[in-house]
Design a protein around this ligand. Structure first.
Ligand code: SAM
Length: 303
């Protein structure tokens, strides 16, 4: 699924352009008070969804822990962990995204003491072996050129006994087989037109402006693929979540309108999606456990 010609520059360009489209408006005028309120909303949304940021991440035990977030996006997750006392380092390949994350730490001031965000690459992390208690990454490592190398780097910079909390896309899911493979790949003919990285081209945009840059890489993993990636770790646990009817191509748009009327939206989406999150129905929450698109993974470095 990887385009042979994709480069790190392509990856950087795509994610920077999506940042401008999704988050710039939200970040431009963000005040300290709004940020703290939004972080409470974000945590509430994560708890409702059973997201790993509030389940696998030990929020109540983060105080003083050295935590690395790989690919923080606009910085919402990192700011939440800092709010719980973690000493955060965040590394993103896009300078604009690293800057947006750092700006949130600066707004938090004393509440994010010692926290920093830098531009960098998950495949070559600029840290000594055994530097962090926890490595956290939500929906990032399946977008880099060499995912195994990224996992090996995460392993290297963890302290012995440290934990990785990682979300990767799930292949054995409705989103992959029905929405992506059947509807987009076969019926829209993208498999035949877009070459080996057609899945990348078919996923991720969701920006507020028209897309001008293609997403170079998206990969999806089976449970056995995850076991292979995490072969050096111990106590690997997997949880499947995240199912949305509104992602069904075309028809999903109608459902989304109904969903918002029926269940409303949650303000917790603002920091991480640039807009309120349409609340999932109880049926979608249940289906997520069976055929969701996210693997929430927790693993321990031996020692
Ligand atoms: C789907 S976004 C997820 C953002 C954030 N984790 C969230 O959940 O909102 C993917 C993120 O990974 C970053 N990224 C992609 N490839 C990367 C790499 N090789 N090294 C570091 N960051 C990378 C992108 O810039 C982007 O911020």
């Amino acid at each position: 699924m990887v385009s042979e010609t994709a480069t790190k520059d392509d990856i950087r360009r795509f994610w920077t352009s999506l940042y401008e489209s999704l988050y710039e408006d939200v970040d431009r005028d963000l005040t300290r008070e709004q940020l703290f309120r939004s972080l409470e909303d974000l945590e509430d949304m994560f708890r409702f969804r059973g997201h790993m940021a509030a389940v696998e991440m030990p929020l109540a035990e983060l105080a003083g822990k050295r935590v690395l977030e790989i690919g923080p996006g606009a910085g919402g997750h990192s700011a939440l962990f800092a709010r719980h006392g973690a000493v955060m380092t965040a590394v993103d390949i896009s300078f604009d995204r690293a800057r947006a994350t750092d700006a949130k730490f600066r707004l938090m001031d004393d509440a994010a003491r010692g926290c920093q965000a830098l531009q960098g690459d998950t495949e070559n992390l600029p840290f000594a072996d055994g530097s962090f208690d926890i490595v956290y990454s939500n929906g990032v490592l399946h977008h880099t050129l060499d995912t195994q190398r990224a996992l090996d780097e995460a392993f290297r910079i963890l302290k012995p006994g440290g934990r990785a909390v990682i979300m990767l896309y799930c292949k054995s899911s409705w989103q992959y087989w029905f929405n992506i493979f059947l509807c987009v790949g076969i019926l829209q003919g993208r498999i035949f037109r877009d070459g080996p990285n057609w899945v990348g081209r078919a996923t991720e945009w969701g920006g507020k402006k028209a897309q001008t840059v293609a997403n170079p890489i998206t990969r999806c993993y089976s449970a056995s693929g995850i076991k292979t990636l995490f072969h050096r770790f111990r106590d690997v646990t997997l949880r499947k979540r995240e199912f949305y009817f509104y992602l069904i191509p075309k028809l999903g748009r109608l459902y989304r309108r109904y969903q918002i009327r029926r269940y409303g939206t949650h303000p917790g989406g603002i920091l991480v999606y640039g807009e309120p999150w349409p609340i999932q129905s109880p049926l979608e929450l249940k289906l997520g456990e069976i055929m969701g698109f996210a693997w929430f993974i927790s693993a321990r470095k031996p020692g």
